[in-house]
Design a protein around this ligand. Structure first.
Ligand SMILES: *[C@@H]1O[C@H](CO)[C@@H](O)[C@H](O)[C@H]1NC(C)=O
Ligand SMILES: *[C@@H]1O[C@H](CO)[C@@H](O)[C@H](O)[C@H]1NC(C)=O
Ligand SMILES: *[C@@H]1O[C@H](CO)[C@@H](O)[C@H](O)[C@H]1NC(C)=O
Ligand SMILES: *[C@@H]1O[C@H](CO)[C@@H](O)[C@H](O)[C@H]1NC(C)=O
Length: 567
C-alpha cells in the first residue's frame, strides 16, 4: 500500500463514509476545498497565493485576538407538538465572532448543515488561520457579526448530548427533519444577544443574513421563504431544493464536464469499460468473480454486483469539490493513466482507446491504476487487498459509521431522496447494478430495525416538495448561484436539465421585497465550476458571483426597518 493513504488519514480523521457518493462525506471534501486544500492536506494554491490571502486579510485587532468558544442554546426537540406538551429539549451548538461589529450592522449566519460544526469554525471565523473561504471577508465587509450554526443531530447538537453512532436507535431520529431544524434557527435568533454589545440583536432590530452552500443553501432558501421575519436576506450557493428519489442524473454533469475539461476521451473509455463490466457481471459465476478480483483482489468476489458497483463509482467522489484535480487519486490522474498506452507511452486522441483497442483495454487500464484500491478502501471503510493472490475481508456492504453520515442517511432516506443510481444511456459512467432498489437497500441496511412510518420504505419526496415548494420557490431578498458542472445543480432552480423548469436567470439586483415569478430567478451559474465554488476566494468567477449578492444586499439593507417597541 502506498504511503499517500496514511497522509490522507492523518489529514482527514473525520472522513469515514461508506456510500461512495454519500453527501455528508463529500461535504468534507467540500470543506477542505473551500479552505484551500486537497483531500490529502496539500495546499491547492501556490505559496504566493496563500501568502496574498493572509496579507489581504484584515490584521487581528491589537492586543489579544478574539476568543471564540462553542456556545449552546436549549431548544425544544419538537417545535410542533400540542400546546402545553413537551417532548423534551436538546442543546444546539454555535460559535460567534463579534470583533468586526459596528452597532446596527447585520448578523451573518453561516449554516453548516450535515456536518460537525467544529470543523468550520477556524476557516469561517478565526483570523489566525489562512483560509480561502469567503465568509470571514463577508462579515468584515459589513462590519457584522459572524455566527457558525450547527444543525441538530450533528456534532455536539444531539439529543441528550449522546453522540450519534451506527448504533443509535431509530426512535432517536424521530425529531430529525428539515422542518424542525429550520424552526431551531427561528427560536435561536429570537433569543440572541451578546453580553458585550449594547444593541438589540434579534431579527426585530438587526437584519439577519443567512449564508449556505449545498443543503445549507436549501435551508437558506426555505428560511427566507417560510420565516422571512427571521431571515432578512440570503445567499444560496448550489441548492438542490427539489427532492427527488431518482438522482441518476448526478453523473451527467460529470460526463459533460469531463468533455469540457479535455477528458472526453476518458469519459468515453470509462463508459466503454462500464458497459463491458456490466456484461461480465451479468454472466455471473467465474466471469463476475474474475472482474471483481481484477479490481479489488481476492475476497472481492463475495460482494454483490450492486456493492461492487458502489466501489467502482468511488472514483467520481472528488468531482464536485475538485473537478479533475484533487492530488494523486483524482479523476484526472485516473484519466491520465487510462489514456496513456503503457507500451508506446502514446496518449489517446479525442475518441479514447476503447474504439480502436476494445473495451477490455480500458477495463485493464482502470484496474491497474495504483490508487484505486486505496480510494475504495477509504471511501468504503474496508480492506480489499487489490491483489489476486492475497485474500482479504473486502466487505463492501457495511453501514456508515461516521456520525454525520448516519444522520444524513436518515435525512435523505426519509425526506430528500437523491438516490445516485446509474445514469443509464449514452453517458453511463457507473454500473447498472447500482439501481434505485440498491440505493433504497442502503437506507434499510443502515437502520435495519427501523419500520415505517418512522423510516418509510422509500423517501417521501412528494410530501417534502409539498412542504417546501421544491425548485419553484422564489422568495424575495435571496440570491441563488450554481456551478455549470455541479452534479447538484440538476435539482436546483438553476438546473438546465430538459425536465427542469429552467427559469430565466438574471443578475441585476432586485428591489426590496420583490419576488420573482416562477419563470425568472435572481441567480447566476459559474462557468467551468462545480459545487459551491463561489465561496472560494481563489475562484475568479466566485468574486463575480459574490458581487451580485453584495450589490443586492447593499440595497436591501437600506430598506431594513427595525420593529417598533422593545429596546
Ligand atoms: C488561533 O487562535 C485560537 C484562539 O486564540 C487558538 O486556540 C488557536 O490555536 C489559534 N490557531 C492557530 C493556527 O494559531
Ligand atoms: C445601552 O444603550 C442605551 C441607549 O443608547 C443607553 O441608554 C443605556 O444606558 C446603555 N446601557 C448600557 C449598559 O450601557
Ligand atoms: C485524452 O485524455 C488525456 C487524459 O485525460 C488528456 O490529457 C488528453 O488531452 C486527451 N486528448 C484529447 C485529444 O482529448
Ligand atoms: C500470483 O501468483 C501467481 C502464481 O503463483 C504468480 O504467477 C503471479 O505473479 C502472482 N501475482 C502477483 C501479483 O503477485
Amino acid at each position: 500500500m502506498r504511503s499517500y493513504l496514511s497522509v490522507k488519514a492523518a489529514c482527514l480523521a473525520l472522513l469515514q463514509g461508506v456510500n461512495a457518493l454519500d453527501l455528508a462525506k463529500l461535504r468534507q471534501f467540500g470543506e477542505m476545498a473551500e479552505s484551500g486544500f486537497y483531500p490529502d492536506g496539500t495546499p491547492m494554491h501556490s505559496p504566493e497565493v496563500m501568502f496574498s490571502l493572509t496579507s489581504a486579510a484584515p490584521p487581528p485587532p491589537p492586543g489579544e485576538s478574539e476568543e471564540i468558544v462553542a456556545e449552546y442554546v436549549e431548544l425544544p426537540l419538537n417545535h410542533f407538538g400540542k400546546k402545553g406538551s413537551s417532548d423534551g429539549t436538546f442543546y444546539n451548538r454555535f460559535w460567534v465572532s463579534t470583533d468586526a461589529y459596528k452597532p446596527g450592522a447585520p448578523i451573518f449566519l453561516y449554516d453548516v448543515g450535515e456536518a460537525n460544526g467544529a470543523n468550520y469554525v477556524d476557516s469561517r471565523l478565526r483570523r489566525n488561520v489562512t483560509t480561502t473561504n469567503a465568509f470571514r471577508g463577508m462579515v468584515d465587509k459589513y462590519q457584522g457579526i459572524g455566527i457558525v450554526w450547527e444543525h441538530r443531530y450533528y456534532g455536539n447538537s444531539t439529543p441528550g448530548n449522546v453522540p450519534i453512532s451506527v448504533d443509535t436507535k431509530p426512535e432517536v431520529f424521530k425529531w430529525l427533519n428539515t422542518e424542525q431544524s429550520l424552526k431551531d434557527i427561528v427560536v435561536f435568533a429570537e433569543k440572541f444577544s451578546r453580553p458585550n454589545i449594547n444593541y438589540t440583536l434579534t431579527p426585530a432590530k438587526t437584519p439577519w443574513v443567512m449564508i449556505g452552500g449545498s443543503y445549507p443553501a436549501m435551508r437558506t432558501a426555505f428560511m427566507r421563504d417560510q420565516y422571512p421575519e427571521t431571515i432578512f436576506a440570503g445567499f444560496a450557493s448550489s441548492a438542490p431544493t427539489e427532492a427527488k428519489v431518482d438522482m441518476s442524473v448526478y453523473f451527467e454533469p460529470i460526463a459533460r464536464g469531463m468533455e469540457r475539461y479535455g477528458a472526453g476521451n476518458c469519459s468515453k473509455d470509462l463508459h466503454a469499460a462500464i458497459t463491458y463490466i456490466d456484461k461480465e457481471l451479468g454472466k455471473g459465476g467465474k466471469a463476475a468473480a474474475a472482474i471483481k478480483q481484477q479490481f479489488l483482489g481476492a475476497g472481492a468476489e463475495k460482494n454483490t454486483h450492486a456493492t461492487f458497483a458502489d466501489a467502482l463509482a468511488s472514483v467520481f467522489g472528488y468531482w464536485q469539490s475538485y473537478g479533475l484535480d484533487g492530488s494523486p487519486w483524482s479523476l484526472g490522474d485516473l484519466c491520465n493513466h487510462i489514456e496513456t498506452d503503457p507500451v508506446s507511452a502514446k496518449v489517446a486522441g479525442k475518441d479514447g482507446w476503447a474504439k480502436s483497442k476494445g473495451a477490455k483495454f480500458a477495463v485493464d487500464r482502470w484496474s491497474t491504476w495504483e490508487p484505486f484500491v486505496g480510494v475504495v478502501n477509504d471511501f468504503m471503510q474496508t480492506t480489499c487487498s487489490g491483489d489476486k493472490n492475497v485474500t482479504a475481508e473486502c466487505n463492501l456492504d457495511l453501514p456508515f459509521t461516521d456520525p454525520a453520515s448516519v444522520s444524513w442517511t436518515w435525512q435523505y432516506c426519509t425526506q430528500w431522496g437523491y438516490f445516485q443510481s446509474a445514469n443509464l444511456g449514452p453517458n453511463q459512467l457507473v454500473s447498472k447494478y447500482n439501481s434505485l432498489t440498491h440505493q433504497r437497500d442502503i437506507c434499510h441496511r443502515q437502520f435495519p430495525t427501523a419500520k415505517a412510518p418512522l423510516l418509510p420504505e422509500w423517501p417521501q419526496t412528494d410530501r417534502t416538495n409539498a412542504v417546501f415548494g421544491g425548485w419553484d420557490i422564489r422568495p424575495s431578498q435571496l440570491y441563488w448561484s450554481g456551478g455549470e458542472f455541479d452534479p447538484w445543480r440538476t435539482l436546483s432552480p438553476l438546473s438546465a436539465e430538459p425536465w427542469a423548469p429552467k427559469p430565466k436567470a438574471f443578475t441585476k439586483a432586485p428591489k426590496c421585497g420583490e419576488e420573482q415569478d416562477e419563470d425568472e430567478i435572481f441567480g447566476y451559474v459559474l462557468k467551468n465550476a462545480q459545487h459551491c465554488y463561489d465561496f472560494r476566494t481563489t475562484v475568479a468567477l466566485g468574486e463575480t458571483s459574490r458581487n451580485f449578492f453584495y450589490k443586492a444586499l447593499d440595497g436591501w439593507l437600506k430598506c431594513f426597518k427595525p420593529k417598533k417597541g422593545g429596546h
